[in-house]
Design a protein around this ligand. Structure first.
Ligand SMILES: O=P(O)(O)OC[C@H]1O[C@H](OP(=O)(O)OP(=O)(O)O)[C@H](O)[C@@H]1O
Ligand SMILES: Nc1ncnc2[nH]cnc12
Length: 170
């Protein structure tokens, strides 16, 4: 399967100079979506993951089906003010702005083996913040997986020491 063929690139979105990688074209293609989730699942099974976490919002589209396919739990990592119970939060910056993420304090048990999934690695801000939240709760990040990696933004440099998998590179 050539996954890159399934991605649509939109110039100057959401701001001039950004070449936005649109994954909706892959998601609406049933066999491609399924094949991508299967690859993520294989990565997570090999690393003996106990639970799958994903950052809002596009991370949910991959982490949740992956967890379902493995019969494991899914942990949403959300933008501020969305989670109803006690949370911890972490600020970060990304290719086109700044934001913050939160996790429920009881979402992960100390020692649990966690895989984090997101659609895209750009600067690594989102994933770095997600990893910090999981580790603050005592989770062990056994792998991180992405559909897309923008290698020219060097996000991988922030992930040294972590097991990183990406399906498509630009
Ligand atoms: O590596 P980074 O520089 O952090 O960029 C990558 C992140 O940017 C996008 O999310 P965005 O914050 O645009 O939110 P969305 O998923 O809700 O669209 C994307 O889904 C990744 O999570
Ligand atoms: N170029 C890009 N395309 C899609 N999502 C992104 N998130 C950060 N940079 C992005």
């Amino acid at each position: 399967m050539d996954f890159k063929d399934k991605i649509r690139v939109i110039p100057d979105f959401p701001s001039p100079g950004i070449r936005f990688k649109d994954i909706t074209t892959l998601l609406k293609d049933g066999p491609a979506f399924r094949a991508a989730i299967e690859q993520f699942k294989d990565f997570a099974v090999e690393r003996r993951a106990d639970i799958i976490a994903g950052p809002e919002s596009r991370g949910f589209l991959l982490a949740a089906p992956m967890a379902y396919a493995m019969e494991k739990g899914f942990v949403p990592i959300r933008k501020p003010g969305k989670l109803p119970h006690e949370t911890i939060s972490q600020d970060y910056s990304l290719e086109y702005g700044k934001d913050s993420l939160e996790i429920h304090t009881d979402a992960i048990q100390p020692g649990q083996r966690v895989i984090i999934a997101d659609d895209l690695l750009a600067t690594g801000g989102t994933i770095g913040s997600t990893i910090q939240l999981v580790e603050k709760l005592g989770g062990i990040v056994v792998g991180v997986c992405f559909l897309i990696e923008l290698t020219y933004l060097n996000g991988r440099e922030k992930l040294q020491g972590y097991d990183v998998f990406s399906l498509i590179q630009y």
